[in-house]
Design a protein around this ligand. Structure first.
Ligand code: 5AD
Ligand code: SF4
Length: 459
């Protein structure tokens, strides 16, 4: 069997795609890069906003036409598969395999079945399942929990991914071990709300550490860099900031979604914190980590958001000064409380506010990135940039960074880079040695020059 997988959505979905892909390989499938070659096409879907849902709809429409011409099995997994909306689409477009986020390990049974197979249960077999590590990659994701116990009124995730279940720390550390053995240098711990890690297990025997202590455990395992995403401010504790400060491997990057700067909107979103409480978390983070790089998620145009509410989001922006932000116009999702109870704002209002917010963020990113010019950053360069005489990657603070290849440093690795130039979305620099001297740039990308160089590991 030749399988081709397509992924929409977040890093959790990327992890899940890898998990299912490795299952397919263990059943003897070959993974192919082109859909044209495949006899099984599996789409990992996202349901958080209308756009990714519509993309899947049009893809399924095209695949139905392909199915009329040649033998092809079409599968749909992930968040949309769990929803009525996705199941209706599956029926309409003749999808053969449907796997919700809690039934991914049913892929084997699905392939054995000669009929349409739908797996929609929230099973617990995923938690102690250790997927093989990705090959030849310096970065990897590691899921530490699934689901979410919050009920933000705009969000479909608690419905699609179910209640929160934390993985046992032994399973997390076993998986981490396989990643380290495979040469992974940066691990991102994943969960819908990693700060609440262990909370669902309560007093269960077996002992779940707090998230802060899990961070310390992972950070002291020998892994070079640790990141985590994402955090709900409600569950943020100062000990997480302390763990980041006392464990050098943990990168000083904090993604703390605020969603809105207005208390009135936060209340209608059921976010369970106020602007003031959020700002107190930011202050605690800054106190422990003066160089913290901050990122957030924002929804503009939530139902009932007034211009005054939006101004409060802008003023919170200026109070915090985010290095980067994921900004979205509110998208009414069937099945969420806000869809049922509140009226959507006109599209033009949402688009106009989103435009103003993006412009404000661009100013902040430009200003904060410019301050990095002249500094030395530890950059994980994962591979060739668009121009193959450059390498691309990101800093500990997740800034995308590009450098020209240098003699002795033209392979993926973790390097020291002096930043020489910055735009709002990209930093540029030069590779330097341990003494801070520029490494000589590669004159050309001649194969003989490449052969002379070896990966450089920084002290
Ligand atoms: N509309 C727009 N954005 C949303 N998000 C979640 N639900 C919605 C929605 N209905 C955003 C939030 C969340 C991110 C993953 O997606 O900002 O943090
Ligand atoms: Fe949605 Fe809130 Fe859970 Fe995040 S924490 S997934 S926004 S319900």
């Amino acid at each position: 069997m030749k399988a081709h997988l397509i992924t929409y959505g977040c890093q959790m979905n990327e992890y899940d795609t890898h998990l299912v892909e490795s299952q397919l390989v263990s059943f003897g499938a070959a993974i192919v890069d082109s859909a044209d070659e495949a006899d099984f096409i599996l789409i990992n879907t996202c349901a958080v906003r209308g756009k990714p849902v519509e993309k899947v709809r049009s893809l399924l429409g095209n695949l139905r036409k392909v199915k009329a011409q040649r033998p092809l099995v079409v599968g749909m997994m992930g968040c949309l598969a769990q929803l009525d909306e996705g199941q209706q689409m599956a029926r309409k477009f003749g999808v053969d395999v449907l796997l919700g986020p809690g039934s991914l390990l049913d892929i084997g049974r699905a392939l054995e079945s000669n009929e349409r197979f739908w797996g929609l249960a929230f099973k617990d077999d995923l938690h102690d399942h250790i997927p093989p590590p990705p090959t030849g990659k310096l970065q990897a994701h590691l899921t530490i929990m699934r689901g979410c116990d919050h009920h933000c009124t705009y969000c479909i995730v608690p419905t699609t991914r179910g209640p929160q279940v934390s993985r046992h720390p032994d399973d997390i550390l076993r998986e981490l071990d396989t990643l380290l053995t495979a040469g992974v240098q940066e691990v991102t711990l994943l969960g819908q709300n990693v700060n609440a890690y262990g909370v669902d297990q309560g007093a269960k025997l077996g002992g779940y550490p707090s998230f802060a202590n899990l961070l310390r455990l992972v950070g002291r395992s020998g892994v070079r860099r640790v990141k985590f995403t994402t955090s709900h401010p409600m569950n943020f504790t100062e000990d997480v900031a302390a763990a980041m400060a006392d464990t050098p491997a943990i990168c000083e990057y904090v993604h703390l979604p605020v969603q809105s700067g207005s208390n009135r909107v936060l209340r209608r979103m059921a976010r369970e914190y106020t602007r003031e409480q959020y700002l107190a978390h930011i202050a605690a983070i800054r106190q422990h980590l003066p160089h913290a790089v901050l990122a957030t998620d924002i929804i503009v145009g939530f139902p009932g958001e007034t211009e005054e509410d939006f101004q409060e989001t802008l003023s919170l922006y200026d109070e915090v000064g985010y290095d980067s932000a994921y900004m979205f116009a509110y998208s009414a999702r069937p099945g969420t409380p806000s869809y049922k109870h509140f009226d959507d704002l006109p599209r033009e209002v949402k688009t106009e506010r989103l435009g103003r917010l993006i412009a404000r963020q661009k100013d902040w990113s430009a200003r904060l990135n410019a301050r990095k010019v002249g500094t030395v950053q530890e950059v994980l360069l994962r591979g060739d940039a668009h121009d193959p005489s450059f390498l691309e990657g990101h800093t500990r603070g997740n800034h995308p960074t590009v450098v020209p290849k240098a003699i002795g440093a033209n392979q993926p690795g973790v390097y020291r880079v002096r930043i020489s130039h910055a735009t709002p979305h990209m930093m540029y620099g030069h590779l330097i040695d341990a003494e801070g001297r520029d490494l000589p740039e590669l004159p050309t990308l001649h194969p003989e020059a490449a052969a002379l160089s070896t990966p450089l590991t920084m002290a």
